[in-house]
Design a protein around this ligand. Structure first.
Ligand code: ADP
Ligand code: MG
Length: 313
């Protein structure tokens, strides 16, 4: 088989925690031909999506990535194209999904879904019953009123954020409130998410991985005492965790939609029995969950994706 990974430059990959790295290694270990390119190497000529790709063999030991000579190829020449570019989710990212629409082969995750489903808004649009009370607006006054009426703490976050960037906790009477809203909305030009604060987050923001809509593993990210955010990026610690009945209900409700839309590698975030995010662009967590439970999830992922390409391995 031939697998192409559309991703960030190899020198930026943190091999100790990166899910793409172990997936590439799994493909190499299975004897697949593996290549990579950054999104800016994608192009289209007369309706054919093509790219300048670099062959790469991935190993467990340094230097981890062994690259060959870059060459041009049609995307159709690959059995699977993995879209694993990390955020920002900006116009450049979205544009690359249009080129991937023309790939003529299996793309993981399906590029139509990548532009259709926003990681923080899909919950609001489809499963509002699973999220904490949430307001999405650019109206400064509306946000102020929401916070003042809430009778408790509120989280403010950018609609397009990741890794905990710009996520603030506030409440009625906060003398910084107006200033915070002005900063986050850039005086009302940008949309903002205001959401009821879930105190249970102190026991962990659960990351659940779903492959082809099925739960394959979970971990709890527990914030450190000096930061309210439970992102690994800002030092949160990871632990094993059980999924509650409510957690399982949420996974069972969204799993079929993920599969139906070709979102085969997804990481959802659950705080205190509420769904806050459906990460489809470049979810991570494989290495952490592997270490906590002695698993090799990248093998299950590659199996799941191959099963969805028509099955030839
Ligand atoms: N409703 C909430 N209640 C409590 N904490 C929250 C809430 N929303 C976000 N957080 C905190 O902020 C962190 C980042 O928020 P999240 O919505 O996951 O955005 P990001 O994409 O930046 O990870 C979470 O891990 C959690 O610690
Ligand atoms: Mg998150």
């Amino acid at each position: 088989m031939k697998h192409l990974f559309v991703m960030d430059p190899l020198e930026r990959i943190q091999v100790g925690g990166d899910s793409t790295y172990v997936t590439m290694r799994e493909c190499t270990d299975r004897g697949f031909e593996v290549a990579m390119c950054t999104p800016d190497r994608l192009f289209s000529h007369d309706g054919e999506a093509r790219a300048t790709v670099t062959p790469v063999r991935t190993t467990a030991d340094a230097p981890y990535f062994h690259t060959g000579t870059p060459h041009e190829s049609a995307l159709e020449a690959f059995d699977v194209v993995w879209m694993r570019k990390d955020p920002p989710f900006d116009m450049t990212y979205i544009f690359s999904t249009y080129l991937l629409d023309m790939a003529g082969t299996k793309v993981v995750n399906h590029p139509a879904g990548l532009k259709l489903f926003n990681e923080k808004l899909w919950v609001q649009a489809r499963w509002p019953q699973f999220q904490p009370e949430t307001l999405i607006t650019n109206d400064i006054k509306r946000i102020r009123t929401f916070v003042e009426d809430a009778g408790g703490r509120i989280v403010l976050k950018p609609w397009d954020g990741n890794g905990g960037r710009g996520v603030l906790v506030t409440e009625k009477g906060d003398a910084n409130l107006s200033s915070m809203i002005e900063l986050l909305t850039r005086e009302g030009r940008d949309y903002l998410i205001a959401q009821r604060y879930l105190p249970g987050v102190m026991h962990g923001d659960k990351r659940v991985l779903l492959f082809a809509g099925e739960v394959v593993g979970a971990m709890a990210r527990v914030p450190v005492a000096t930061d309210h955010r439970a992102n690994m990026h800002v030092g949160a610690r990871v632990h094993r965790c059980e999924l509650t009945e409510r957690d399982r209900e949420i996974c069972a409700a969204i799993g079929p939609a993920l599969r139906e839309h070709g979102q085969l590698f997804v990481g959802i975030d659950l705080i205190d029995g509420h769904l806050t995010e459906i990460n489809v662009t470049s979810p991570t967590g494989i290495q952490e969950i592997n270490r906590l439970y002695g698993l090799k999830l990248q093998a299950d992922l590659v199996d799941a994706v191959i099963a969805h390409t028509g099955g030839h391995a």
